[in-house]
Design a protein around this ligand. Structure first.
Ligand code: NDP
Length: 393
């Protein structure tokens, strides 16, 4: 009977754990392990079903291996931070256990993310007869599956993909991020990057912006071009794509705060000596900012994340838009979390379900768009993330 070990006990983990706990026929036993066991126990206490908890430092491979050998899971779901990805993959290799995450590896001392570090594990996972599923959140995750679905059902050839992420929610805080502040700020302050005619084009951070009219009453919002990891895997696995971009909305208030914090050096990730101690300004800033988990009861409004896709069907030009809208307060009512954690945690649970039930199987390291999108798309509707598709022309 499938046992699953969830690592990390933050905002996303809370949703994954709630959602896995509600599907006992797939997730028979659950172990929630993280650096701070009290956070695991707090999540466990919210559930109507008993799960196990443990303390683990996911940067310590022998400690991870010992815990995996004790609990003997079929799958490890990594919803700690991107810094832990390779250590957890090493522990999975050593113990012969499948792996899933929601964000690609990032070295702590360099604000750069890229799939190559994890793709380099492909042969070793294949030889060991185990599977890794990378990026099973919303973006990356559902957005990759949306592209695979569009390719399978709507296009003979996809030419352009714009992934557009809008958080139209309000939390009433002067400045807060909806997922881990350190990872969020590293991502947003990085240079923009998009794929065009077979090459990558770099832009200054948030230098390219335009307006997009979001559906279902959300209305027009300014969207900013950023680099996002799913672009790298989508252009690899759907090789006919000529142009792929990622866009995100930000409020003027968020951007003003970020600019000031950047100007005074608070977003730096290199060590600075303070009172004889080295400190990393961004890690210190994280300690001051609201924990995204506390935003659940405060956040109102909706998110809208989707893909605007252009290409050819039967020789004709076609433009197609597929999206999900998620309401922050409805998420809180269901799992005590806001929609950003919810839209990440639900696909992580569904990805795990695809692996444990054998619907998505393979030996090696895989991205979401490499599998049949249909069963995943069906489960999204059943587990709280319904989607809508519109043929625009
Ligand atoms: P949080 O900061 O809320 O949670 C991270 C958790 O990981 C914390 O419980 C933290 O422990 C734990 N952790 C950190 N380091 C270690 C370690 N060495 N050993 C064990 N546990 C550790 O982050 P979120 O829940 O907001 O995000 C989780 C992941 O989801 C991130 O990788 C993020 O990038 C990703 N994400 C993906 C999205 C997608 O759509 N694909 C969208 C949003 C997020 P402690 O509490 O002790 O600090």
């Amino acid at each position: 009977m499938p046992k699953v070990m969830i690592i990390g006990a933050g905002g996303v983990s809370q949703v994954v754990t709630h959602k896995c706990a509600r599907v006992p026929e797939v997730f028979t036993d659950i172990l929630l392990a993280s650096r701070t066991i009290e956070k695991c126990d707090r999540i466990a206490a919210q559930l109507s079903r008993a799960i196990q908890t443990a303390r683990v430092d996911a940067d310590n491979v022998p400690e991870l291996v010992a815990l995996v050998e004790r609990f003997k899971p079929e799958l490890v779901i990594n919803v700690a931070l991107p810094y832990q990805d390779l250590h957890i993959m090493d522990a999975c290799l050593e113990t012969g256990v499948d792996y899933l995450d929601t964000a690609n590896y990032e070295p702590p001392d360099e604000a750069r993310f890229c799939y190559q570090w994890q793709w380099d594990y492909h042969e070793r996972f294949k030889e060991r007869g185990i599977m890794a599923l990378l990026g099973s959140g919303f973006d990356p995750g559902v957005t990759n599956v949306f592209c695979a679905w569009a390719k399978k059902h709507h296009f003979d050839e996809i030419e352009e993909i714009d992934i557009i992420d809008c958080n139209a929610g309000e939390h009433g805080q002067p400045f807060a991020t909806n997922f881990n502040p350190e990872i969020n700020i590293r991502e947003v302050t990085a240079k923009g990057r998009y794929f065009d005619q077979g090459r990558w084009v770099e832009t200054e951070p948030l230098a390219v912006a335009k307006e997009f009219d979001f559906p279902e009453g959300i209305g027009p919002r300014k969207i900013y071009l950023m680099y996002h990891e799913e672009l790298e895997s989508i252009v690899k696995h759907i090789p006919e794509v000529k142009k792929a971009r990622f866009w995100m909305t930000f409020s003027d208030n968020y951007l003003n705060h970020l600019e000031v914090l950047g100007n005074v050096g608070m977003t730096r990730i290199d060590p600075v000596m303070f009172n004889g101690q080295p400190i990393i300004p961004l890690k210190f800033l994280k300690a001051l900012l609201p924990d995204p988990m506390t935003l659940g009861p405060l956040t109102h409004g909706r998110t809208c994340i989707g893909c605007l896709i252009k290409g050819k069907k039967n020789g004709q030009d076609k433009t197609y838009y597929i999206y999900n809208i998620c309401d922050h307060q409805q998420c809180f009512a269901e799992v005590l979390s806001q929609a950003v954690s919810y839209t990440t945690g639900v696909p992580a649970m569904i990805g795990a379900m695809m692996m444990l039930t054998g619907i998505w199987r393979g030996h090696g390291v895989f991205n979401m768009e490499q599998f049949d999108p249909d069963p995943f798309m069906e489960k999204l509707k059943l587990h709280g993330l319904p989607w809508t598709e519109v043929i625009l022309s």
